[in-house]
Structures are given as C-alpha cells and as structure tokens.
Ligand binder design. Structure first.
Ligand code: ADE
Length: 230
C-alpha cells in the first residue's frame, strides 16, 4: 500500500497525529524529526516542517527521497483572503502559488516564476475530493480555492485586498506553495488543507493567538477522516 507524508505546521497537530499512530519510530534529518508508523492501516510519515517556504521545501524533498512518500497532505492554519470566508472555515487547495515571487520589473505577472512552465501548482483531484467529503461529513464549512504562500505573516487590509483581487487567492499562509512546487517537481500528488485562524488584517495577530489551536484541531480531524477513507 501507499506511503503518505503528513506535514503539519504546528506542534498541536503533530501531537494529535502522533497519538493516533502505532508502530512508531523516529529519525532526525536536517534538524527535522520524522515519525514513521501506521494510522488506520496506512503507512504514514509525520513531520513538522517549521515555518516558511525553505523549511517546507526541504522537508518535502526529504519525505520523498528518504522516506519514499507517494502522497502528501499538508495541514495547518491560514489567514482568510476571500471576503466571504470566516474564521474557522476550511480552504482545500485547488492550486498553490507564491504571492511573494515578484519579477514584475522584468514584465512577469505577480507570482510568476520566470522561465518555467508552471508557477501555479495543482493539487491532486482525488485528494481534493476526499478532503471535501471529510468537510461535508464533519460539518465544516469549506471552499476549494487558491492557496497563496509567502514568507510573511499578512496583517494588512490593503495586502489582503491585493492578494484577492490581483492574484485570486482564497487564503494566505507560509508553506503550501513550497510543498506544492517540490511535490510537482517530483511528480508526487499533494493537497493543502487550511483552517482559517484570522482574516490577515489588523486583528490577525490577536485572532491567530486565539484561534490557531482550535483551527489546527479542526484540520487534524479532517486528516484523520481522510486516512480512514482512503
Ligand atoms: N497563518 C495564519 N494566519 C496567517 C497570516 N495572516 N499570514 C500568513 N500566514 C498565516
């Protein structure tokens, strides 16, 4: 059967996954702890990537090279960018793109990585469908939309508006597009699941502190459901 890579951004999520695992063993590579074991009869490798695109990219490549993962599910929290999204709602990635990739002085649109075929990386349709089923059966409000990633915590109305209007983003976070690009480069299917902890505006730091733990529990439940129905 397939080996699944389960990546989280926060300790709370990783702890919940670890407590559901059997036949556990751990190893450390490039400073990141990888825990292998079983959940619902599936072989999984669980890790916390750390924050930001470099951490996410390196961790994803190690999951693929050293642990042979064949599908990747990343879960965490994000700032809502689409106006009708509320704190607590889920975004399931249709695609992921880097909002801080900016070569506009050379005539490339915002987010475009110059001289390569793809800058917007599509999630696996089967994993997206399963995540939708999970949200429906758990009663979570969700949309399937574009996840924008950048090495910055967004806390500005102006930037949120630009991310939505100019780049069509549904939410913003700091890892998804790096996981997506690395997975794409290796031909590995992925999906990013994000629970909204804030609205990426002037209140984002307060909302994040209040809702991040609750939100990470919500996205963890969805991964549990997905593993139970794969
Ligand atoms: N993760 C959760 N909220 C975020 C925000 N506002 N910006 C970037 N990453 C986030």
């Amino acid at each position: 059967s397939r080996i699944y890579g389960l990546m989280g951004a926060m300790d709370e999520e990783i702890e919940l996954l670890l407590s559901a695992m059997t036949d556990v063993s751990t190893s450390i590579k490039a400073g990141i702890t990888y825990t292998t074991g079983n959940i619902h009869g599936h072989q999984v490798v669980v890790c916390k990537s750390g924050v930001g695109k470099v951490n996410a990219a390196v961790t994803t490549q190690i999951l693929i090279d050293r642990f042979g993962v064949e599908q990747i599910i990343f879960t965490g929290v994000a700032g809502a960018v689409q106006p009708d999204l509320n704190i607590g709602d889920m975004v399931i990635s249709s695609t992921c793109m880097q909002h801080d990739m900016d070569v506009t002085p050379l005539g490339f649109a915002k987010g475009i990585i110059p001289y390569q075929e793809t800058s917007e990386f599509a999630a696996d349709p089967g994993l997206v469908r399963l995540a939708e089923q999970a949200c429906q059966s758990l009663g979570d409000r969700y949309i399937v939309g574009k996840v924008l990633s950048g090495d910055q915590f967004v806390a500005s109305r102006e930037l949120v508006t630009a991310l939505h209007q100019e780049m069509g983003g549904a939410c913003t976070e700091m890892e998804g597009a790096a996981v997506a690009q690395t997975a794409h480069m290796n031909g590995v299917p992925f999906v990013v699941l994000r629970s909204m902890s804030d609205k990426a505006d002037g209140s984002a730091h307060v909302n994040f502190a209040e809702f991040a733990v609750k939100a990470s529990h919500r996205s963890h439940r969805i991964v549990e459901y997905m593993l139970g129905h794969l």
